[in-house]
Design a protein around this ligand. Sequence first.
Ligand SMILES: [Zn+2]
Ligand SMILES: [Zn+2]
Ligand SMILES: [Zn+2]
Length: 140
Amino acid sequence: MVIAENLLVKHSLRKTKIRLVILELFLSHNHALSHSEIEESIGQDYDRVTIYRTFKTFEDQGLIHKVPADSGLAKYALCQDQACADHKHYDNHVHFTCTQCGNTYCLDQVPIPLIQKPQGFTFESFSFLAQGICKFCVKV
Ligand SMILES: [Zn+2]
Ligand SMILES: [Zn+2]
Ligand SMILES: [Zn+2]
């Protein structure tokens, strides 16, 4: 539980059981998780409102970021950028959804390429979602 605890301390969050449990789930998966996936694992111990509220707190405090999804199902992943903090995220990496296992991964090493803004438009956020076969599903 050490790493999860450290993350809470770093983001000045009080240590609660649910926060630790959800952080542990994120730490033990290498792909993004949705509310319902978390609910499937811990729904018998915690109600969905508590789970939602914890997600919101984590997102607000820079622990997790929303991952673009084409299914309309919101998924979240741990922030790797140490700079992510209170209401500020710097997760401008490409995300990848595997068409085989359906998991979405953060490609932390792949920055979103600079794109040209059309005149008169202001970007507040944009996302880059690649699709294909992940390295765990590739048949060797
Ligand atoms: Zn972030
Ligand atoms: Zn896959
Ligand atoms: Zn990401």
